[in-house]
Each structure stands twice: as C-alpha cells, then as structure tokens.
Write a protein that binds this ligand. Structure first.
Ligand SMILES: [Zn+2]
Length: 173
C-alpha cells in the first residue's frame, strides 16, 4: 500500500537543503513547522531536480516558501482553503462568517505582502496549491522563466485574480 504520509522535510532533503547546522535547522524547523505542506514540498523537489537552488523561509515579509536571494525572487504556495482559492476555497457551513472574515484577512495580508515585496524590488510569484498539484511542470516553468529572465516584477500576482479581483484596483508602485 502506498502511504500518503508526508514528513515536513525528509532527512535527505534537509541534508542537502541548506548550510545550516543541525541545531540551526532544528530550531528553524520547529519555528516553521506546518509551513512545509505537501504542495510546497512537491515544488521544492521539482525545482531542485531542475538545478534551482533556493532558500527556505528567508526572513523577508511574509516568509516566502521559496526564495532566490540573488535574483530577488520570492515564491509563495498559497493553500486553497486558507488563502481563498476561487475554485476550492469553500466556505464552511459552520461559523461561515468567522471563516469568511479569517480568509479575507489572509487574502488582504497576501496582497499587502506582495505589494511590500514588490516595492522592495522583489519579483513575487504566487501559486495556488492546486496549481502545484495539477500542473507542477507549468509552475516549475514559470519559476525557471523568472529566474532566467531576471526581470524585476515580471509576474507580481499570478492567477490569484479570482480572489484578488475586487482588490486589484491598486496603484502600481
Ligand atoms: Zn485551489
């Protein structure tokens, strides 16, 4: 039987991920536990296979899931539920108002962070977890393209338009 259990980070991956000492990594892992969701792992592994070398949860606003420091590229994998994916961001029947408010808060925070990073010269790539699940190759291609073109603000807010539509009348920095 094929187990679906996913470790936050396999030892193998942890070993090659970074230059942290075991103590540093342990501290880091305890701080970020819960951020290493499955789609994020899938994307990281796929990027690694393509030779892309990244930093995890680099200390800039929003703690992006994957960061290419030299290129100033920040990659987020947004969970469909928590970030209000238009396709999968269903409102729970119970405490609907609470969840709407909560998720809306997350979406607005995502937007603020994207804007803040852009102002600081970061290229921000946001992907839905379902994009990573359904079209991993496509997502990888977009990240690699951003790395190769090295253009600032190439793709600020991706297909999150469904949710961000109502918020999109923002002035460009
Ligand atoms: Zn989704």
């Amino acid at each position: 039987m094929n187990s679906e259990r996913i470790d936050p980070m396999t030892d193998q991956e942890a070993a090659r991920t970074d230059v942290m000492t075991p103590a540093q990594r342990s501290r880091c892992m305890s701080r970020i536990r819960g951020k290493n969701t499955k789609p994020e792992l899938l994307l990281r592994k796929a990027l690694w296979r393509k030779g892309a070398r990244y930093r995890l949860h680099y200390k800039i606003p929003g703690r992006p899931d994957i960061v290419f420091v030299g290129k100033r590229i920040a990659v987020f994998v947004d969970g469909c539920f928590w970030h209000g994916c238009p396709e999968h961001g269903v409102s729970p029947k119970t405490n609907a108002a609470f969840w709407r408010k909560k998720i809306r808060g997350n979406v607005e925070r995502d937007r603020r962070i994207t804007e803040e990073l852009r102002r600081d010269g970061w290229t921000v790539l946001r992907f839905w977890e379902h994009e990573v699940r359904d079209d991993l190759e496509g997502v990888v291609s977009k990240v690699l393209l951003a790395i190769e073109t090295d253009t600032k603000n190439l793709a600020a807010v991706h297909e999150n338009q469904g949710t961000l539509q109502e918020l999109s009348s923002l002035p460009d920095p």
